[in-house]
Write a protein that binds this ligand. Structure first.
Ligand SMILES: Nc1ncnc2c1ncn2[C@@H]1O[C@H](COP(=O)(O)OP(=O)(O)OP(=O)(O)O)[C@@H](O)[C@H]1O
Length: 294
């Protein structure tokens, strides 16, 4: 049970927007599709949605050729795609019917989702009268109304205030728990890390990292040793020519092994007399992204 993409490419004239993209996403799992601006994320999503024809390559869903018309897909675009002059309820009914839902099914789903997103009072408002964040919520209802099996979320948190971002996060978690297969594209590494078991990082159309996030972290080869940001510790590191970075949580030193971390800690202890606290943390997705996608 997998979404499988094999050597998928898309060129626009001379530009290789996506180049030989291959990935495996087991159904019921979440993939973070990452990359800097222009890396090829939207082009990949558009090929999944059937909006762009690949130049070459293959996509399969549970072993058979993937076609957007045969898989129930929910897509949350980064740009709003609502009819601003039409009432919320009318366009939700319209989108639901386009997905083959009956009047009863669509009305039940609209009531459920308006309540779930805490906006039942917007039912009869025109979409254009709603704030950007509330339009995003309506767009999320369009995405989930027909109970899709594959959900594609492009920057789902953009434009949401912290309370609505929490609500969005809890809905994504619910969909994950329902066993939905999700592709999430975002520039926010912390959010991707919170939801995604798998990642695919694109750089100028090429895949530069792909697979299980924990495995990628293991393969990355570095961990972060964090010690207090004090003058004596900085001085020890400088004297011993150990590279470090100052962040809000303290001084970060990249180490390859636990032994290397303890060698540095012993050095600090012997030269400053004590170490009040330290942490040895696994690399973050942000570390991997910066190294690979830069
Ligand atoms: N219709 C098009 N015609 C020509 N070039 C295109 C077209 N669509 C995308 N491209 C090019 O393909 C490359 C990938 O673009 P894409 O929109 O997929 O990037 P992205 O990763 O989604 O970027 P962003 O994070 O900025 O949205 C870019 O170089 C872009 O200019």
């Amino acid at each position: 049970m997998t979404l499988e993409v094999k050597q998928l490419s898309k060129s626009f004239g001379e530009t290789n927007a996506v180049n030989q993209l291959s990935l495996n996403l087991p159904t019921g799992r979440v993939l973070g599709l990452l990359g800097r601006n222009g890396a090829g994320k939207t082009t990949t999503i558009k090929m999944l949605l059937g909006l762009l024809t690949p130049t070459s390559g293959e996509m399969t869903w549970n072993g058979t050729t993937f076609h957007s018309s045969k898989v129930k897909i929910g897509y949350l675009p980064e740009e709003r795609g609502l009819y601003t002059k039409s009432k919320v309820v009318d366009q939700l009914r319209y989108f639901g019917k386009l997905e083959g839902m009956s009047q009863k099914e669509v009305d039940e789903a609209i009531t459920y989702w308006l309540e779930r997103l805490e906006i039942p009072h917007y039912r009869h408002k025109k979409a254009g009268e709603l704030s950007k964040g509330n339009q995003q919520k309506i767009q999320l209802i369009v995405t989930l109304l027909h109970n899709p099996e594959l959900i594609i979320l492009d920057e789902p948190f953009s434009g949401l205030d912290p309370v609505n971002a929490e609500l969005m996060a809890s809905i994504i978690t619910e969909e994950i728990n329902k066993g939905k297969t999700i592709v999430l594209s975002s520039h926010r590494m912390d959010q991707v890390e919170a939801f995604c078991e798998y990642v695919c990082i694109l750089k100028n159309g090429d895949v530069v990292a792909e697979g299980n996030l924990n495995k990628l972290k293991e393969e990355y080869g570095y961990r972060n040793l964090i010690v207090e940001d004090t003058e004596p510790i900085k001085s020890v590191l400088n004297t011993n020519q150990i590279d470090f970075e100052r962040k809000q949580q303290g001084i970060y030193v990249k180490v390859k092994t636990e032994e290397e971390a303890f060698t540095i800690l012993n050095l600090i202890k012997s030269e400053t007399g004590s170490i009040r606290k330290f942490q040895l943390l696994e690399p973050t997705l942000n570390d991997i992204f910066i190294e690979r996608a830069r």
